[in-house]
Design a protein around this ligand. Structure first.
Ligand code: F6P
Length: 469
């Protein structure tokens, strides 16, 4: 293994925070997709640590390197491993299983073998790049075996694990042929963090039922007497830096331009998601289309902008959901649009932070309606960008963010009529009511930002005797 500098703080996540741009200039790096990176990048900067992860495409050299002041250690994945570990076990089995089986999970033994093999490679690289007594923070469902592998390799280290997606109830988790191995993998950590208290409780229950380990509140006692703590740490965003960006003249001007381009006075509904079947994109567009058909919204008065960033494009279920959404967009625009007045602007693309901040500022109603979601940081980003205390958030009660953003217009995304009502209520709400709601939500995100999330997790991890909550 190539020589790397040893760090006292190591983040291990499936992806590096940057992907190699496969466009014209191969030397370019761009931010990786998803909320995990948005949340963790400032944490790594603050702790001057090293990030171990997959760069998203093949590199010539797999040694440690730096991008924009971040120390990165790339992990190589072969095309078979991408197919079996990433697209297969991670996104064809665990992702749908952990998201309430919104899509049917597939169970394949060769996917599991690749998952084990790749988890071991990550564990070895992390063990190699960590200084004595280092703190290692492992992230997400792709790497659930890493904590136990790391403990075996480096018992001196303090090991934390955080699951960014929901942890499923016992009845669903039990379907997994490798359920005990996953539980044992996670138990290699000193502290296992979840987005919601329900996830931590599901985990403790499963460990008791399947492995016979007793738990005392949030502490699980293993046979050798070692204790593992399982607790909720709702993730957040860097409120201060995003709000600062939203206030810059360039972003404000761009928000004005977006408004003008969309018709000046039209109310703007906005959806921003990775293109994923858990996000409920088609259902929310359908609800919007029905409001137009029923004459409750006029295309002269409102428009829906849906940003759907490309994701996991070779996984069959993602191919299908894209076709499904695009069929609906075409149908709604074809049936209900007029020249110069499209009901839906559908953008299958990712945008830089500045453009997103401008979109959040331009939007009157943000619509976040996943069927299941660990947290959903887009909801928190919208609230952060609304420094004028205006704008409305329609939010699924099945997103982790609903625990905190209680003043949103909460909806059940399976209930199309309920979504129609909430979208209409949000559009027509009295500005005083919106301001009251937005103030409360902004306070919540400001006071519980990414810094406090990381501090809470890392200080609990640092204290060997994890104080009972
Ligand atoms: O937050 C869930 C998550 O799967 C992260 O682990 C990941 O970084 C992000 O979504 C994007 O997914 P992917 O890496 O599969 O593109």
């Amino acid at each position: 293994m190539a020589e790397t500098s040893k760090s006292p703080f190591v983040v291990v996540a499936n992806r590096l925070p940057v992907d190699r741009d496969t466009g014209d200039d191969a030397a370019q790096w761009r931010a990786s997709p998803g909320g995990l990176v948005t949340a963790l990048e400032p944490v790594l900067r603050q702790h001057d640590g090293i990030w171990v992860g997959w760069p998203g495409s093949a590199l010539d050299d797999y040694g440690q390197f730096e991008v924009d002041g971040l120390k990165l250690l790339p992990i190589e994945l072969s095309s078979d491993e991408i197919e079996n570990y990433y697209e297969g076990m991670s996104n064809g089995t665990l992702w749908p299983l952990y998201h309430d089986v919104v899509a049917k999970p597939a169970f394949h033994r060769e996917w599991w073998d690749a998952y084990e093999q790749v988890n071991r490679r990550f564990a070895e690289a992390a063990a190699h790049s960590a200084a004595p007594d280092a703190v290692v923070w492992v992230h997400d469902y792709q790497l659930q075996l890493v904590p136990a592998m790391l403990r075996e390799l480096r018992p001196d280290m303090r090991i934390g694990f955080f699951l960014h997606i929901p942890f499923p109830p016992t009845e669903l988790f039990k379907q997994l042929p490798w359920r005990n191995q996953i539980l044992e993998g996670l138990l290699g950590a000193d502290l296992v963090g979840f987005q919601r208290p329900g996830g931590a409780a599901n985990f403790a229950r499963l460990v008791r039922l399947r492995l016979g380990h007793k738990n005392h509140r949030d502490r699980i006692v293993l046979d050798n007497g070692r204790e593992v703590c399982a607790r909720a740490y709702p993730i957040s965003i860097d409120f201060a830096s995003l709000e600062k960006l939203a206030r810059t003249p360039g972003v404000r001007q761009r928000a004005d331009e977006i408004r003008a381009e969309l018709g000046g006075t039209r109310k703007i509904f906005l959806g921003v998601d990775r293109l994923d079947y858990t996000k409920g994109i088609r259902q929310r567009l359908r609800a919007f289309g029905e409001l137009i058909v029923d004459g409750l919204i006029d295309v002269d008065d409102a428009v829906f902008v849906q940003v759907a960033s490309p994701s996991r494009e070779r996984v069959q279920q993602y191919v299908e959901v894209r076709h499904d959404i695009e069929r609906w967009v075409g149908r709604i625009n074809g049936d209900l649009g007029r020249i110069g007045r499209q009901p839906i602007h559908y953008l299958h693309s990712s945008y830089p932070r500045e453009e997103m901040a401008a979109l959040f500022q331009a939007a009157d109603v943000m619509v976040v309606t996943p069927f299941a979601d660990g947290m959903n940081l887009v909801a928190k980003e919208y609230v952060t960008c609304r420094y004028g205390n205006d704008g409305a958030l329609v939010l699924s009660e099945f997103a982790g963010a609903a625990d905190e953003l209680k003043q949103a217009f909460l909806v059940n995304p399976h209930d199309i009529n309920g979504m129609r009502e909430a979208m209409l209520a949000a559009m027509r709400a009295d500005p005083h009511d919106l301001s009251r709601r937005m103030r409360a939500m902004r306070k919540q995100v400001r006071e519980n930002d990414i810094d406090s999330w990381a501090k809470n997790f890392l200080s609990d991890l640092a204290g060997r005797e994890l104080a009972s909550a």
